[in-house]
Design a binder for this molecule. Structure first.
Ligand SMILES: NC(=O)c1ccc[n+]([C@@H]2O[C@H](COP(=O)([O-])OP(=O)(O)OC[C@H]3O[C@@H](n4cnc5c(N)ncnc54)[C@H](O)[C@@H]3O)[C@@H](O)[C@H]2O)c1
Ligand SMILES: O=C(O)[C@H](O)COP(=O)(O)O
Length: 527
């Protein structure tokens, strides 16, 4: 018997496939303490959670039989996906099942916020007939700013348009053409912040979106604007929001999620301008049945040796292929990650070229890993080796893979090229026998860089003193330079510097670097 442990409340109809499977024993044990959870996972092959239960590496270490973790919902931020991958545990989620419910909940919050419905209801329940106090605003003609135009963001936009709102959205995967097709305006984050009467966030919580809506962002907003978060606590900086509510800059907020949940004692709840629900976005009969069904089928398939529909981290490479390809896995991801951090604009096309000893190998898994490395910057851990292509195609990004006979003298060479609506950039890397991975080309500059650690990539004009000024500035910041590579097109022409430094480069240091004469662009990377 294979044991499946369900740790958070799930729809019984949704888990029916598991309950009906003869070879599966399904154990439902919710609201466990951490110690109880560690004991309960001892002999399970699958764990299913919603957002409450944290599946940490410690939990995985206590579950030696564990093969799969199912997230009956979208966000996998309560699961240590990296640790799962390291432990060979597949993570699956249910990305589509609760989209509509969450979009509808966002609209319910938007309307409640506009018309003070929770506050008025509360007064009436206290037998107070207040009318003057609860004068609201219409949605018609107002601008809804959407940050994160994925599944839920798009559904919210459609509904807001039904209310005759103007919609402006920001998403790194959105461009004017795609926005126009769905009748919204494409904007930068700054443009969205400045235009919004109501601002709603629908991004995942990843490093890049943590406190995306902070004090500086709120300062850009219109006085009297209102903010909604039905995505994840932490995308909006709660202290900054509190201050803005206190000062009157922000007229109201609707929150379904908090940085720490349960959030019964949260200071934001003391403000009458703040309305809130206890993470109810996905709490409908339909969504719960959908997500439980999707995750149950995937787990069943996987435990029966089949393939899953919604893997978050599954590497799908045969063992024979693995032997040939695995030395290039890390390099492929590093090339993608490196390039995604230096390129500007909305991604349109990714080309990957292989040459040398990679000519006769099925390199598709490597392309997938490079694409994952590129997309990870915006999507976080939810993009993986398996879903990288699907995610790219969902975002309208074209992927091309080609074999090339031009080896530039290397026994193997991988070249990744990104085209955006603004520029075309490329990077090439190789595995040097006995020496490991090297970046050997950045655009048309030859370099020799180990793709690891803290890197600074500087585009500048080749002029005497430029290198010295960079060195002195970094020294002034007590920043040790481990390696430095310089490439140039021609004397006095465009040039690039790639430096490896011993620690992360802070914002102030980066700004000062960008201010040096002859320096055009500075990008700081952690690989
Ligand atoms: N409140 C709830 O109960 C509930 C229910 C479902 C989902 N969620 C949360 O809602 C969020 C969105 O879910 P989804 O299904 O729409 O996901 P999705 O992956 O379809 O969309 C997320 C979008 O955010 C974009 N994005 C990433 N980084 C960005 C950035 N820095 N700026 C702007 N956009 C960025 C991505 O490109 C993507 O298009 C997730 O955080 C999810 O966990 C909450
Ligand atoms: O990411 C999600 O799917 C939502 O936050 C839903 O979380 P829940 O399953 O705990 O309701």
């Amino acid at each position: 018997m294979k044991r499946v442990l369900i740790c958070d409340p799930l729809s019984e109809d949704g888990i029916r496939p598991l309950l009906d499977a003869e070879e599966i024993e399904t154990v439902v044990q919710t609201s466990m303490s951490h110690e109880e959870l560690l004991k309960a996972v001892k002999d399970v092959e699958a764990i299913i959670v919603r957002s409450q239960t944290q599946i940490t590496e410690e939990v995985m270490k206590h579950a030696p039989q564990l093969k799969v973790i199912g997230r009956a919902g979208v966000g996998v931020d309560n699961i240590d996906v990296d640790a799962a991958t390291e432990h060979g545990v597949i993570v699956v989620n249910a990305p589509d099942g609760n989209t509509i419910s969450t979009a509808e909940h966002t609209m319910a919050m938007l309307m409640s916020l506009a018309r003070n419905i929770p506050q008025a209801y509360h007064q009436l329940k206290q037998k107070r007939w207040e009318r003057k106090k609860f004068v609201g605003v219409e949605l018609k003609g107002k601008t809804l700013g959407i940050v994160g135009f994925g599944r839920i963001g798009r559904e919210v936009a459609q509904r807001a348009k039904g209310h005759r709102m103007n919609v402006i959205a920001f998403d790194p995967f959105l461009n004017d053409e795609k926005a126009e097709k769905v009748g919204v305006q494409n904007g930068s984050l700054e443009e969205v912040l400045k235009a919004a009467d109501f601002l709603t966030v629908h991004t995942p919580l990843i490093e890049k979106t943590k406190h995306l809506i902070n004090k500086e962002a709120i300062e850009l907003m219109k006085p009297g604007a209102r903010i909604l978060n039905c995505a994840r606590g932490g995308i909006i900086e709660e202290d900054a929001l509190l201050e803005a509510i206190q000062s009157g800059k922000i007229a109201g907020a609707a929150l379904d999620v908090f940085e720490e949940e349960p959030a019964t004692e949260h200071p934001l709840l003391d403000f009458p301008e703040v309305i809130a629900t206890p993470h109810l976005g996905a709490s409908t009969v339909e969504a719960q049945e959908n997500v439980a069904t999707d995750v149950s089928y995937d787990i069943l398939e996987l435990l029966r040796g089949g393939t899953v529909k919604n893997p978050v981290n599954l590497p799908s490479v045969s063992s024979e292929m693995m032997e040939k390809l695995s030395p290039y896995f890390r390099l492929s991801e590093q090339l993608g990650a490196f390039l995604s951090k230096v390129v500007e604009g909305t991604l349109e096309r990714i080309h990957v070229y292989y040459s040398g000893e990679l000519l006769d190998v099925d390199t598709m898994p490597l392309t997938r890993i490079s694409v994952k490395g590129i997309l990870k910057r915006h999507i976080g851990e939810r993009v993986n080796d398996v879903n990288a292509f699907r995610t790219a195609s969902d975002k309208g990004i074209e992927i091309n893979e080609q074999k090339s006979t031009s080896t530039k003298g290397f026994t193997n060479l991988i070249t990744v090229e990104i085209e955006t609506d603004q520029e075309k950039r490329s990077i090439a890397g190789t595995l040097l026998n006995g020496l490991g991975a090297r970046i050997v080309q950045l655009d048309h500059y030859s370099v020799d860089v180990v793709p690891e650690g803290h890197l600074i990539v500087i585009q500048h004009t080749d002029q005497p003193g430029a290198i010295g000024r960079v060195g002195s500035l970094l020294a002034g910041h007590d920043m040790n330079i481990a390696t430095m590579q310089v490439g140039r097109t021609n004397l006095g022409g465009d040039a690039v510097m790639v430096l490896t430094v011993d620690r992360e480069v802070e914002g102030k240091c980066r700004e000062e670097l960008a201010g040096i004469a002859d320096i055009r662009k500075v990008k700081c990377l952690n690989l």
